[in-house]
Design a protein around this ligand. Structure first.
Ligand code: ZN
Length: 66
């Protein structure tokens, strides 16, 4: 499920919201109603790392992180 964490740029409220691709960028703040919200990239728990099967959780390098 595409649940993302958002933070309001106006009041600083943090909230989670189920968002589909077509809705990204237009998530209003539940606190003040402002649409100036930004998506917070949270670390997904990836307990499957280390297994040989699957492989969808394999780390793709450290691009983007510094
Ligand atoms: Zn707000």
């Amino acid at each position: 499920m595409p649940i993302f964490e958002f933070e309001c740029c106006r009041c600083g409220k943090e909230f989670e919201r189920l968002v589909f691709a077509s809705e990204q960028g237009a998530v209003p703040c539940p606190e003040c109603g402002s649409k100036e919200t930004k998506k917070v990239v949270s670390v997904f728990s990836c307990s499957g790392v280390g297994k040989d099967v699957g492989g969808s959780c394999a780390p793709s390098g450290s691009k983007g992180f510094s």
